[in-house]
Write a protein that binds this ligand. Structure first.
Ligand SMILES: C[S@@+](CC[C@H](N)C(=O)[O-])C[C@H]1O[C@@H](n2cnc3c(N)ncnc32)[C@H](O)[C@@H]1O
Length: 254
């Protein structure tokens, strides 16, 4: 990913939308989206208009929606098996779930998003794009949909650091499936910081760091974690500083 961290930028006022012309990377769009390239263009337009107006996408992202968002997210398909079921956790305005669905008609995708404004946009977008047979939308936090939905792959971009994401996403992955998180340049640092969490959850396979997409700045770095076949345990959250000194029944009100 061009800026390396997988995190969308802050959302300034729509009044500062830049007017610069958008360059369409025609060959890449045709290669990645095939006969759905026109629908990808419609989605880009939705992000550039309603997405910006509703504060879901920063106006400065508009000139780079193709490279940094649609293509970048669609390349995730390179590490997802044919015919997989997918949950896109914290989908926001549909990233990476919608580009992935457009590029990979073989995948069945559920977008999970807690915020109402984003959830409404997602429902409108999948209707407008004719994706209702392939893409479902659920409103909720990862913790709320646990036990209700699961999939062979859970994707996430810019939702939380791995240390937190493991606890949110892995319980939604069926045994033998994977968490696939777009992480950009922070991948190795986040893996190191979250190693103990993974161990506590009983996940034994080492996370893989994979490059997807071409080496021209539109590709990105992905962390793939195998859920394994054993039971998943809850990770123990570290005690807040000073917690051990508190006496039971005194000053413990939340
Ligand atoms: C920075 S946005 C990223 C959106 C999108 N994935 C993208 O890359 O553009 C983070 C998203 O995660 C969602 N989110 C935050 N906490 C969550 C949770 N516990 N479970 C599911 N989604 C969550 C937010 O509502 C928000 O849409």
């Amino acid at each position: 990913m061009p800026e390396g961290d997988g995190v969308p930028r802050e959302t300034p006022s729509p009044s500062v939308v830049p007017e610069s012309p958008v360059e369409v990377p025609v060959e890449a769009v045709a290669r990645v989206f095939g006969d759905r390239a026109d629908r990808a263009a419609t989605y880009r337009e939705l992000l550039a208009t309603a997405g910006v107006e509703r504060g879901l996408i920063g106006p400065r992202e508009v000139p780079r929606l193709w490279d940094r968002h649609l293509l970048n997210c669609a390349y995730l398909g390179e590490v997802i098996d044919q015919g997989s079921s997918v949950i896109d956790l914290g989908s926001g305005a549909g990233l990476p779930g919608i580009p992935l669905a457009l590029a990979r008609p073989d995948l069945q995708i559920r977008l999970v998003e807690p915020l109402e404004r984003r959830y409404t946009f997602l429902r409108e977008a999948i209707t407008e794009l004719g994706l209702r047979d392939q893409v479902a939308v659920a409103r909720g936090r990862a913790e709320d949909v646990r036990g209700e939905f699961s999939a062979s792959v859970v994707t996430a971009r810019a939702v939380a650091p791995l240390k937190t994401l493991y606890g949110w996403a892995l319980p939604l992955v069926v045994t033998g499936g994977h968490l696939v998180a777009i992480k950009g340049r922070s991948a190795s640092d986040e893996i190191a910081a979250a190693g103990e969490t993974l161990r506590q959850m009983g996940v034994t396979a080492a996370p893989e760091v994979l490059s997807v997409g071409p080496d021209d700045g539109t590709g990105t770095t992905v962390v793939r974690v195998a859920r394994g076949h054993g039971p998943l345990r809850a990770a123990t959250a570290p005690a807040p500083p000073g917690a051990a000194k508190r006496r039971p029944g005194k000053g413990n009100r939340r």
